[in-house]
Design a protein around this ligand. Structure first.
Ligand SMILES: [Zn+2]
Length: 66
């Protein structure tokens, strides 16, 4: 009589997705596609970090080189 479980699952239907940061399966839709705020922050940090690196390649000196 394992059918009982099916009923419970139907009522508790959740869509799980895979967090692109840590690869964990999660049903947290608040921070989709991430599993948590932490992973969302990590993704954001990556973007900021890339922007920072690009900016760092352009020293302020260049503006004065004329
Ligand atoms: Zn994650």
């Amino acid at each position: 009589m394992a059918e009982d479980t099916t009923q419970q699952t139907k009522d508790n239907v959740v869509k799980v997705h895979k967090c692109p940061i840590c690869g964990k399966l999660t049903d947290n839709i608040k921070y989709r596609p991430f599993c948590s705020k932490r992973c969302a922050d990590i993704d954001l940090g990556t973007w900021f970090n890339e922007g920072y690196v690009i900016e760092g390649k352009n020293p302020v000196d260049e503006e004065e080189s004329e």
